[in-house]
Design a binder for this molecule. Sequence first.
Ligand code: UDP
Length: 403
Amino acid sequence: MVRIEEYIPIVGQAIIDDLRLLGEKLKGKVIQNINSTSVGGGVAEILNRMVPLLMELSVEARWDIIKGGEQFFEITKKFHNALHGKPENITKNDFDIFLEASRKNIEELDTKGDIVFVHDPQPIALIKKKTSNKWIWRCHVDISNPNKRLWQFLMNFIVDYDSAVFSAPSFSQTLPIRQFLIPPSIDPLSDKNKELAPDIIETVLEKYNITKDKPIITQISRFDRLKDPLGVIEAYAQVKKYINCQLILAGGGATDDPEGVKVLEEVKEKAKQFKDVHILLLPQNDIEVNALQRVSSVIIQKSLKEGFGLTVAEALWKAKPVVASNVGGIPLQIKHKFSGLLCHSIDGAAFALKQFLNSPEYAKKLGENGREHIRNNFLITRHIKDYMLLFLSLYHPEDVVYL
Ligand code: UDP
């Protein structure tokens, strides 16, 4: 386990001192995180690092996971897409199944934490168990344009929380409860992001039969339509006409995302038309993701919708030039032409990829800027500080708290 002191060379002593002080103030409080999966996707990624570090700071953090069958997760995936604004036919039966699975979790899950920190819509109905403890709903999804009927349904639960947290200003909604804007973060010392020895990177390349003889463009993502893997292949096809490069599309599954298998099949089918495309189904292995990001010449994240886009932060932290869509939390991370290139279309993505591949000095400069931008804004130490201030603020509901 990483110790908090190990972050001092990266973020400085003062930030660690602040964290210790806040940890002392929260001593004795149990912070109970609840979400729907321990594996795959950004929320699990963050909680895996956040929970032990909070404990390092004397905060009694816990992490529970709700249960749900295949049908429940199919419906919550529909919810996820609909909150992102995708047209979805959500039926009364869907709501009933959601409520029935929620009822079982309400019965079975102990929610006695002093602060119950509920992540995303899947466990949202647990609020019906609220007693005198404090409850926060943490929404990681881009809800700037949600399906109205679904949003009304979720509002029945949201109103009973003490506070809500969103990742970006554009996601905030009119709510009768206090809301906070706290963007996510990455952990620079995790296996996903730490420096890697060259021989480790070589081993991963050998495993997947990838050679470094041509520049590598990579997108790491769950196989999800909102990550637009087919659009990535089309952008690559345009670039490939001019530059002899290769594409890696790599991703694993998440236990709460049943759509992945189908999307992967579509991607494989499309990739057959093109040379030098590697479609990798990754095991849950952070070192492999880290190695693939590090070996890439350019990282792409061509999402159609995105909550925050941790993969962008991970790539920038590795000083990689990144081409990413101007959606969700991505523009918080990429300032166009300063810490990466934003795109709005397949043609735009292809243009930006060519620009980076043709101008290595420019690519290097933007990658370096990106790394500093992440250091200053999107590392786990900033995130923990924001959360601890939020936890403390729940006991001072009348005070204005500036995060
Ligand atoms: N990830 C991973 N293996 C994969 C695909 C993704 O470890 O095969 C990680 C990725 O590195 C990132 C997280 O899962 O840390 C995805 O978070 P992001 O915010 O980019 O997207 P989400 O999946 O939450 O929509």
